[in-house]
Ligand binder design. Structure first.
Ligand SMILES: [Zn+2]
Length: 219
């Protein structure tokens, strides 16, 4: 009986070595910025913003955890990384009872992305207050951009620019506000910056856009 278990264990070790490499390659392919060093740093700092992006397993205990797990930091040599909990499980590791690394519906990254998007939607026109609120989300700007991009397929700036353009077009169409007031109300610090932005996005100046759109409406 013992030898059967032992044999199984060895197979698991072999499979685990194979899968670790496979798992890591997938992780790096999809998000090239997350290196092994970065993952180790996240584990050392219990960085919650990496939860869901990868799991780490500890050879000496046979347990796998989320990066944020508060359990004692293992020796670096004993740690291997997996992209998913399933991969860690298949390699013979058991989920951790403390961080419940087996609960798949726990998606802090999605929550961070949604929270960020909500802030941008509500405060895109107030740059300095927006930045202050974004800092309170609790992840670095670099991580925030990565998480947002993974969830919505664009950077924070691209998303904010879309919101600004939409609102600027609405104000140009529906109100008689001066262009300079519109520029400030959608979050630009100067009229020239707004002109450059608007022209780049639409190939028209704001006043030309207003004229054209009103011509169409009055027909
Ligand atoms: Zn854990």
């Amino acid at each position: 009986m013992y030898s059967v278990i032992n044999f199984k264990y060895r197979i698991n070790q072999f499979e685990y070595n194979k899968r670790e490499i496979k798992g890591l390659q997938t992780a790096e392919k999809e998000d090239e910025k997350v290196t092994k060093d970065e993952m180790w740093k996240a584990v050392s700092e219990n960085d919650k913003s990496y939860d869901g992006l990868f799991f780490y397993a500890v050879k000496s205990t046979g347990i796998y955890c989320r990066p944020s797990c508060k359990s004692k930091l293992p020796k670096r040599d004993n740690v291997s990384f997996f992209k998913t909990a399933v991969e860690a499980c298949e390699a013979g590791f058991r989920p951790c009872k403390r961080c419940r690394s087996d609960l798949m519906d726990y998606q802090p990254m999605k929550e961070i992305a949604q929270k960020t998007k909500k802030l941008l939607d509500e405060m895109f026109h107030e740059r300095s207050e927006l930045n202050e609120e974004l800092r309170k989300v609790g992840v670095t700007q670099h991580r925030m951009v990565e998480i947002f991009k993974e969830q919505y397929g664009m950077t924070l700036n691209e998303y904010v620019n879309g919101l600004r353009l939409k609102e600027a077009k609405r104000l140009l169409t529906e109100t008689d506000d001066e262009v300079i007031d519109i520029a400030y109300s959608v979050g630009f610090g100067s009229l020239s910056a707004f002109y450059r932005f608007f022209k780049r996005e639409t190939n028209q100046t704001p006043s030309k856009f207003r004229k054209e759109v009103r011509k169409i409406i009055s027909i």
